[in-house]
Design a binder for this molecule. Structure first.
Ligand SMILES: [Zn+2]
Length: 356
């Protein structure tokens, strides 16, 4: 059987298809499903699925491919990861579809760059896992089955998922506590796949939450697991995608923040909230939050929904935290809790805090 080495992003997608994190997908999309996903955010059978999950090949590779035959996908070490049954071999107009997927075809957009950089031929078909790929911090990653098991054992009825790419700062703490106030359990689920230069490393994110769980949070109501997948920066489309994944891990609710999964200024502040209104069959309830900021007058974290002031706000964001830590500034408690900062800096003594 022919075998091909696939990159880390494909391995992560393979893993999530195999463990049902990408339910209802059983494999990589064929052409009809891909076009339907891009246009309608649904598979051709009507089930909601918003994200193109595709397997790309060069022209040379596909010459030997036959419909209905199997190929092996392996990692660079040579280990076989999965078997794929070829159901479709096709090409698309990547440039046109970039606009439909990301609502822009500006090549400065990291998702557009990724999409346009894909090889020219796509292959669709179901996969069968042979060996689970091992990612760099596998010990921190729970499968959907494992998370559901913990939920069941604890008798949690309402479970809220939190998607992030950053260490915990005070605005995130506000969102998480609000959500935990009305649910039984919080699943903290940071994305740790491929990232942009300057992003926080998975270890730094883990260190921040270790401090929070040690000193502040009710451990028995919190599940922490990393999620090895990669950001597409597709704004509202990806907001749906991130919610569906958490549903597949057993969450009943999902925190959707301002410009959730967006990048730069490509999407409206609350476009990721609005898109949920179009889908009543997701099987997970979005908890839509305005942007939490620190208000000097209220002397508290607030949102535009909970405070009357028009000025005196301090923005708290992952970008801001990144800037403060990288410049070794004196960081106030209103951005990061002291223990969280210490834990990140301590981790940074022997490890990288930021992606090179
Ligand atoms: Zn205020």
């Amino acid at each position: 059987m022919k075998s091909f080495v696939v990159n880390n992003e494909i391995l992560m997608d393979l893993d999530k298809i195999a463990n049902n994190a990408y339910h209802p997908l059983k494999g990589f999309l064929n052409k009809d499903d891909l076009l339907s996903v891009i246009e309608k955010y649904r598979l051709t059978n009507g089930e909601c699925w918003p994200m193109p999950i595709i397997l790309d090949f060069d022209k040379e590779d596909i010459k030997s491919f036959k419909m209905g035959s199997d190929i092996i996908l392996k990692e660079s070490s040579g280990k076989d990861i999965a078997e794929l049954k070829i159901e479709d071999i096709y090409q698309v107009n990547k440039k046109k579809l970039a606009k439909d997927i990301f609502l822009t075809n500006d090549e400065n957009h990291p998702g557009v760059r990724w999409w346009l950089g894909l090889k020219d031929f796509f292959v669709g078909g179901k996969i069968k896992l042979i060996n689970k790929p091992i990612f760099f911090n596998a010990e921190d990653e729970l499968s959907p089955q494992e998370v559901k098991h913990i939920i069941k054992n604890n008798g949690f009825k309402t479970i809220v998922g939190f998607h992030t790419r950053n260490p915990i700062h005070r605005a995130h703490e506000y969102l998480q506590r609000c959500a935990l106030e009305i649910t039984d359990c919080l699943v903290i689920h940071p994305v740790v796949g491929k990232k942009k230069k300057g992003d926080f490393t998975a270890g730094a994110i883990r260190a921040s939450y270790n401090a929070m769980l040690e000193s502040y949070y009710p451990k028995n109501r919190i599940i922490f697991s990393v999620l090895s997948t990669y950001s597409r920066y597709a704004g509202p489309r990806e907001a749906l995608f991130t919610a569906i994944i958490r549903r597949n891990y057993g969450c009943t609710h999902f925190i959707v923040g301002r410009d959730h999964t967006g990048v730069a200024n490509y999407y409206g502040r609350y476009d990721s909230h609005k898109i949920f209104n179009q889908f009543s069959d997701l099987g997970i309830t979005p908890l839509k939050f305005y942007e939490p900021v620190y208000c000097r007058h209220c002397n508290n974290i607030v949102t535009e929904k909970t405070c009357i002031h028009k000025n005196g706000f301090i923005k708290i964001s992952g970008t801001k935290i990144r800037e403060l830590i990288s410049k070794s500034s004196n960081i106030k408690d209103i951005y990061l809790r002291k223990e969280v900062l210490e834990s990140i800096l301590n981790y940074g003594k022997n490890n990288k805090i930021f992606v090179d």
